[in-house]
Design a protein around this ligand. Structure first.
Ligand code: FES
Length: 254
């Protein structure tokens, strides 16, 4: 893990201001929290600042976000330097690649992905490629170990990578046609690569109706660039008992 510090002064812009649209969005986020708790909006607002400023957070942006949320500058600096999702120096115009190098990904071939980065982007992490389009870094586990090895680019993870498929992924970003996020070996989410091996039929029940759609539909996958929580899901079922918290009749004993 690299030491996370702000970019040197010569790279820092003199100022930062949210666009009108982003400012309205940020105010909407802040309004979600009770009076005195506006600091809870710091991560989404920093993220929006990063998206607006070509993928990285400047010192000026940190000060603007802190002022909006009535937070000490040091508190926002702590957040920006703690989470590796925030970039603290300029990154490639088309993609900043975060390669997971933690044990499961390493055992499944992340070293080959680092080699691709070193040869195609730059020998060293956090350096921008000669054409200005790409940069890369090593990060710790990103929570997709079952689909190792994987990389995070912006909002999206690309999983089950090999040297070849990772090369094609970079080609896609270079040409402005990035691949669909998720597994790059054809499997559905983290299901077995050859298709499901269990629950293949409901023959045990003659009365059960056959499912019209697979349990996991590709249509449910999030769209590239969209936040994961924008997926449409059925409303969660309430816990046993009714909405008032009273126990249902089944809970009674005689
Ligand atoms: S070890 Fe790479 S995603 Fe968890």
């Amino acid at each position: 893990m690299a030491v996370r510090r702000l970019a040197p002064k010569e790279l820092q812009p003199a100022s930062f201001a949210f666009s009108e649209e982003n400012l309205a969005w940020a105010k909407g986020q802040i309004a979600k929290y009770p009076e005195g708790r506006q600091a809870s909006a710091v991560i989404p607002i920093l993220w929006r600042a990063q998206e607006q400023a070509n993928g990285w957070i400047s010192e000026a942006a940190i000060r603007v976000v802190a002022d909006m949320l009535a937070m000490p500058y040091i508190r926002v600096l702590e957040v920006a330097t703690f989470y590796t999702q925030f970039q603290l120096q300029p990154v490639g115009k088309k993609a900043h690649i975060q390669v997971c190098g933690t044990t499961p990904c390493q055992l499944r071939g992340s070293d080959a992905l680092f080699d691709v980065c070193r040869h195609r982007i730059h020998h060293d992490p956090f350096q921008i490629s000669a054409d200005g389009d790409f940069s890369w870094e090593e990060v710790e586990c990103l929570g997709a170990c079952v689909n190792a090895p994987m990389v995070l680019i912006g909002n999206d993870t690309y999983e089950d990578l090999t040297k070849d498929s990772f090369g094609k992924l970079l080609d896609g970003f270079a040409s402005g046609n990035p691949a669909k996020p998720g597994p790059q070996n054809g499997r559905q989410f983290s299901a077995p690569i050859g298709g499901i091996t269990t629950l293949k039929s409901n023959g045990a029940s003659k009365t059960a109706k056959p499912a019209k759609e697979p349990v996991l539909a590709d249509a449910e996958a999030k769209m590239p660039g969209a936040a994961a929580n924008t997926q449409e899901r059925p409303a969660p079922k309430p816990p046993a008992g009714d909405a008032t918290g009273k126990k249902g009749k089944k809970g009674k004993t005689s």
